[in-house]
Design a protein around this ligand. Sequence first.
Ligand code: SF4
Length: 347
Amino acid sequence: MVKTFAYDLSYQEWKDWMTRHGHPEWRANQIMDWLYVKRVDSFGDMTNLPKNMRAELSEFFHLMPLQVITTQVSRDGTVKFLFGLHDGHAIETVIMRHNYGISVCVTTQVGCRVGCTFCASTLGGLKRNLSAGEIVAQVVMAQKYLDPSSEKVKSVVVMGSGEPFENYEPTMKFVRIINDGHGLNIGQRHITVSTSGVVPNLYRFADENWQVGLAISLHAPNTELRSKLMPINRRYPLAELLDACRYYLEKTGRRLTFEYALIGGKNDQSEHAHELGKLLKGMNCLVNLIPVNYVPERNYTRTPRKQIFEFKRILDSYHVNTTIRREHGHDIDAACGQLRAKHSRLS
Ligand code: SF4
């Protein structure tokens, strides 16, 4: 029998499983408690379940789909995990400390096929999608790491390796599982999903009718430049992307975030800032400027600090809300895909 992962099941699916296997439905509450509150390492540790049920659970499920390969801890408290999967692949997950609490950045795919030119995650292409449980387990593992210090994961960003909207259903299931009050109970407003602009699924996401945040990787103020930096723009050009963003804004009434990685000499000049200001003027959005991380495989340089502030000043003059992202884990392999890329070079 092929076993599935316990973290792949939602609360409702646990209740259905109990009923199907002749157990009272309320046993699902105990399972959720062991998985998400007590966070035990084996079914044998679920001591308020009958012994035969624990044996049955071990027969049907694997408990934890991830094993820690390495843990890097930065001077600023950022923690980066490289997790091994059951089929030998590796993925990255990051814990970040902010003044508003602790957030975890999760990965949704092994590798990525989108091909953004500034990103290390896409270098080997897409290996496979992660299941909902493999994404959920990243948050559980992060929380387990924090347990001894009594710190809690407050928010989750789906911004690690992979394009979440190319692995849509498992990613949405993941959001529902971590939001469930019987599980990790992370509020929808504390979850943000990021996409490079898979337009059809942007419409689907807008129609989900929930309060989960959305971030769009924009990175260019016009479609020609965006196609050069992000090949996905040839499939879903900027104008179509912005139409979908306007639909999202109308449908949800929420503000959305545009991520803009500043790449030295490519998209970080004053004229780019003016163009971006004109493009986004009047939109209910926040632009998050990200000084690009150095990736050895790419030949991109960082934008000087002064120029980053000038870029922000120009956007401010168009009344476009703008922040500069604080960098996390600069002394470790912080950019998404770097640690995994290094691991595959060494192994
Ligand atoms: S930035 Fe995101 S979507 Fe683009 S290649 Fe990297 S992982 Fe994929």
